[in-house]
Design a protein around this ligand. Structure first.
Ligand code: ATP
Ligand code: MG
Length: 469
């Protein structure tokens, strides 16, 4: 990934070769001025050269073979290559252009727009700043630098105009607030409220990508509250919005929404964990009942897992991820309920049920605890230590000591439900610690165990392949 200096040098060479001033624009400049970590995507705006030509020039300048991708219709181009294992550097190029609101001018396509006009089609003033090849910063709206200093998101045009042009910008407002810790100018917040319903015309993929960026941001809780307060959340994820106002008492600090937003912010950065934190209590609104001792949410984990599955499928997340999040939602109460009095068998059961999701499940439990008024995570520390012991004692995992083929060979009975019943008994015995699948005499012990409980698992008359009574 070229340094800012190397980028400016490339820019200077490009300007000389093509005779067109060129500027770095947008997020890269914003983050540089804020002292945030360097972005791996850079946007360039060219005053007169066509984007494709400039892209091609840069490709040769950097000695890369990867073809330049040009989008003729939009007058944009992209140069992109790997700079390290899994690390990609991308330059997006665009010729300064005008947008739809100038469509009625006489020759919009051929008339090169000024940098000021180009800035006005961007989303926020802090995203319009330009960095030149000599290190000079230009502020085409005249507001960008001040907004950056004050930490304010303001649209270059009237918010309604900016948002109706591309309603995704509304989600970007909340996302940047969450990422940068900026606040919205009151006009922007009002614009969001007014235009929230327009988000429906944006493709689900673009919505999903913005939501995920917001969830992963350090200020995710504030971002989620903005989405809720402006009505955007009710449009893009009504299931999540419905958690607002659901009171829960006990150790909880606020309503279910506030608690969930905090849990997101207090969980580590992995996507599945953050999604699970957002959705772990999504089953509560539908299961809330009043009882004399306060509200109850019977089976909210199971109900919530299904709601999470529907929502994430609708947002077109990869299926494997959807299933992992749904499973975390379903399991989320298990570690929370841990108490020191638990028998080893209960710890083994948790370990077995969590399977390869154990690290994420524990992270979720910590975030859930930290987002409530429950005092400390000492119980979870203790649980984790006991789980480590279980993992050491069962390197191959907990499973039935005899496979289906072994059971059939032993008894000589045909396939049938009895095999599943026998294996469930064997698994339960392993969880209870009565059978240890890793031991030398594990199979013999398993046969003896089954033999003692024959009535519970042997074939019943009428079962497939067995003579009926
Ligand atoms: P990040 O890369 O961290 O997501 P960014 O500000 O660089 O943030 P990009 O999506 O990379 O965002 O876009 C680069 C620049 O292009 C933005 O800074 C902004 O000027 C402009 N831009 C991007 N998307 C839009 C949009 N939907 N509407 C208006 N301008 C946009
Ligand atoms: Mg960017």
């Amino acid at each position: 990934m070229p340094s800012a200096r190397a980028l400016r040098a490339a820019l200077a060479a490009l300007e000389a070769a093509l005779g067109s001033p060129a500027w770095i624009v947008g997020g890269y400049v914003r983050d540089l001025l804020l002292g945030r970590p360097e972005a791996s995507d850079v946007d360039l705006v060219l005053e007169s050269a066509p984007a494709a030509e400039a892209g091609e020039w840069l490709r040769r300048h950097w000695g890369r073979r990867e073809p330049v991708v040009a989008f003729e219709r939009f007058g944009t181009a992209q140069v992109s290559f790997l700079v390290g294992p899994g690390e990609r550097f991308t330059v997006e190029l665009v010729r300064a252009r005008r947008e739809a609101y100038l469509r009625h001018s006489r020759k919009p396509e051929v008339e090169a727009a000024s940098l000021e006009e180009d800035a006005s089609r961007r989303d926020f003033t802090v995203n319009t700043l330009l960095l030149g090849s000599r290190g000079q910063v230009v502020d085409p709206t005249g507001k960008g630098l001040e907004d950056l200093r004050l930490g304010v998101l303001r649209t270059p045009l009237e918010p309604a105009a900016t948002f109706s042009e591309d309603p995704l910008r509304m989600l970007r407002a909340a996302r940047f607030a969450a990422q940068l810790g900026f606040r919205l100018d009151p006009s922007v917040e009002e614009g969001l409220r007014e235009s929230a319903a327009r988000i429906r015309i944006v493709s689900v993929e673009r919505v999903r990508d913005e939501l995920l960026k917001l969830l992963l941001a350090p200020g995710a809780a504030a971002g989620l509250h903005l989405l809720l307060d402006t009505g955007l959340l009710a449009q893009v994820a009504p299931e999540v919005a419905q958690m607002a106002g659901v009171e829960q008492g006990g150790y909880h600090l606020g309503d279910v929404f506030l608690h969930s937003a905090l849990a997101v912010e207090r969980s580590p950065g992995a996507r599945v964990v953050r999604l699970a934190a957002l959705l772990h209590d999504v089953g509560k609104p539908g299961t809330a009942r009043v009882s004399p001792s306060g509200p109850t949410f019977h089976r909210h984990q199971q109900v919530g897992a299904e709601i999470a599955r529907q929502l994430l499928r609708r947002l077109r997340l990869p299926n494997s991820e959807v299933e992992r999040v749904a499973r975390l939602v379903e399991l989320h109460m298990h570690p929370i309920q841990y108490r020191s009095e638990w028998a080893d068998s209960a710890v083994r059961r948790l370990w077995h049920r969590a399977g390869d999701l154990l690290p994420e499940l524990l992270q979720l439990a910590r975030a859930d605890t930290l987002a409530s008024g429950y005092p400390g995570t000492g119980q979870l520390d203790e649980l984790e230590r006991r789980l480590e012991v279980v993992a050491r004692e069962n390197p191959g995992g907990l499973k039935p000591a005899l496979g289906g083929a072994q059971l059939k060979a032993w008894k000589g009975w045909p396939d049938g439900p009895w095999i599943g019943r026998a294996q469930r008994l064997l698994l339960e015995a392993a969880v209870q610690g009565e059978l240890r699948p890793g031991d030398d005499d594990a199979e013999e012990a398993a046969r003896a165990h089954l033999q003692r409980r024959l009535a519970e698992w042997r074939p019943r008359s009428g079962e497939r392949g067995m003579p009926s009574a």
